[in-house]
Write a protein that binds this ligand. Structure first.
Ligand SMILES: CC(C)(COP(=O)(O)OP(=O)(O)OC[C@H]1O[C@@H](n2cnc3c(N)ncnc32)[C@H](O)[C@@H]1OP(=O)(O)O)[C@@H](O)C(=O)NCCC(=O)NCCS
Length: 125
C-alpha cells in the first residue's frame, strides 16, 4: 500500500438516518441511485445499511480533510460493494480532485453496525 494521506472515522445513529431517509429530498440529495438500490431490500429501507453508508461518506470527507463544508457533497462519495459484499468507495467530481490534490490514489473503507449505531473508518492512500 502506498503512503497514508488521511484517515477519517464517523459514528452515526441508525434511528436518525431511518427518520431522515423518509424525506425523499434527504434520500435523493445524500445517496446515489445505486446506493438506494443497495439499502432497499424487498421494498423496504434497511436502515443499518443506509446509516453505515452515511457514516462512510462522513468518514471519507474527514479522511480527505474537507468535511462537507467546502464543495464536496455526500453524493460525491459513493459506496459500492463487491461480489463478496465488501464495501468500496468511488469518488466523483470535487472529491476525486481532492484525492489527487492530496497525492492519493485510493480510498479504503470499513463499516460496522450494532444496536443503534453504525461506524465507518476510512483511509486515503
Ligand atoms: C467533518 C464533518 C463531516 C463533521 O461531521 P459530524 O458528524 O457533524 O461530526 P463528528 O462528531 O462526526 O466529527 C466531529 C469531528 O470531526 C473532526 N473534523 C472537523 N472538521 C474536519 C475536517 N475538515 N477534516 C477532518 N476532520 C474534521 C473534528 O475532530 C471534529 O471534532 P470537534 O468538533 O470536537 O473538533 C463536517 O465537516 C460536516 O461536513 N458537517 C456537516 C454534516 C453534513 O452536512 N452532512 C451531510 C448532509 S445531510
Amino acid at each position: 500500500m502506498s503512503d497514508v494521506r488521511g484517515v477519517g472515522v464517523d459514528l452515526c445513529s441508525i434511528d436518525r438516518i431511518e427518520k431522515a431517509i423518509k424525506r425523499e429530498h434527504f434520500k435523493e440529495r445524500v445517496f446515489t441511485q445505486q446506493e438506494i438500490v443497495y439499502f432497499t431490500r424487498n421494498g423496504r429501507v434497511v436502515a443499518e445499511s443506509a446509516a453505515a453508508m452515511f457514516a462512510a461518506k462522513e468518514a471519507v470527507s474527514k479522511a480527505l480533510g474537507t468535511g462537507f463544508l467546502t464543495g464536496i457533497m455526500p453524493e460525491h462519495v459513493e459506496v459500492v460493494h463487491d461480489d463478496r459484499g465488501a464495501p468500496g468507495i468511488v469518488l466523483h467530481g470535487p472529491a476525486e480532485e481532492r484525492l489527487r490534490e492530496l497525492g492519493g490514489s485510493q480510498v479504503h473503507i470499513s463499516l460496522s453496525h450494532e444496536a443503534n449505531s453504525a461506524v465507518a473508518f476510512a483511509v486515503v492512500s
